[in-house]
Ligand binder design. Structure first.
Ligand code: SF4
Length: 248
């Protein structure tokens, strides 16, 4: 552990219970955004931990544990938020359980207000097939907004090379919907960078990745992709939808 990392871990266990005003958060984004644009991912996480303490959480969809692993080396015990939509593949739930069992993180699994059965009763069966935007709003966007209420900043594993819409994703940005700082430590990483980190650190990967699912979401809205196909093309295939709404 480096000196900077030790300092970040100490600060993580420290104060910041009150949080900052929106104006203060936006000012932090302006300063840190430019300063950290070219910084390595661990330095970006160290900055977030030192700046926000316990009011900083990372999120993971459990396609792999890269961000959780990286964050746990900087700040052991860090909050990792997983959105359990009720529609995940068994392999994704298994990956979540393995992350919780093997990494020094505080895994927080959140669920939508309604179970799948309750949603079926209220909106009709298989809402995902008729109105995936509403289904994502109910099962992803809203629950995550509520789960992040006690934080000033959140981190995501999104990368600029994943989709056209993500090309301009800032490393440190302002999430206008959630009114929080959004940190994307892996924004500048390529798929090759991810593979190297996984190999070098023996990081957990969802077994579905090796089974033709390079991008993994809920099972009704994720299909296998052929070798050479756009890795994200298996998500909401044939619907024109490319994002769940969490990053928009
Ligand atoms: S990805 Fe599909 S099943 Fe999951 S919340 Fe969105 S529409 Fe519903």
């Amino acid at each position: 552990m480096t000196t900077a990392t030790t300092e970040a871990a100490r600060l993580f266990k420290g104060t910041y219970a009150e949080g900052r005003s929106e104006a203060e958060l936006k000012q932090l984004v302006r300063h840190a955004g430019a300063e950290l644009e070219l910084a390595p991912a661990d330095v970006i996480i160290e900055w977030a931990v030192a700046t926000f303490g316990e009011r900083f959480a990372i999120t993971s969809s459990m396609g792999d544990a890269v961000l959780a692993h990286l964050a746990s080396t900087v700040a052991p015990g860090i909050d990792v938020v997983f959105l359990d939509t009720g529609y995940h593949f068994a392999e994704t739930i298994g990956t979540r359980d393995a992350v919780e069992a093997t990494l020094p993180v505080n895994l927080i699994s959140i669920t939508p207000k309604q179970s799948v059965a309750e949603q079926d009763a209220a909106y009709g069966k298989d809402l995902f097939a008729r109105d995936p935007d509403l289904c994502c709003a109910l099962r992803k966007v809203k629950p995550l907004e509520e789960a992040l209420a006690g934080y000033d900043a959140w981190a995501t594993g999104l990368r600029r090379d994943e989709t056209h819409d993500r090309v301009i994703a800032p490393v440190i940005g302002w999430d206008d919907k959630k009114r929080k700082v959004k940190v994307s430590p892996l924004a500048r990483w390529t798929a090759e960078d991810v593979d190297s980190y996984i190999a070098e650190n023996k990081v957990l990967v969802n077994p579905l990745v090796q089974d033709g699912y390079p991008s993994i979401g809920c099972w009704p809205c994720t299909r296998r992709v052929a070798p050479g196909e756009d890795p994200r093309s298996g998500r909401w295939a044939g619907t024109g939808k490319t994002e769940c709404g969490i990053h928009q």
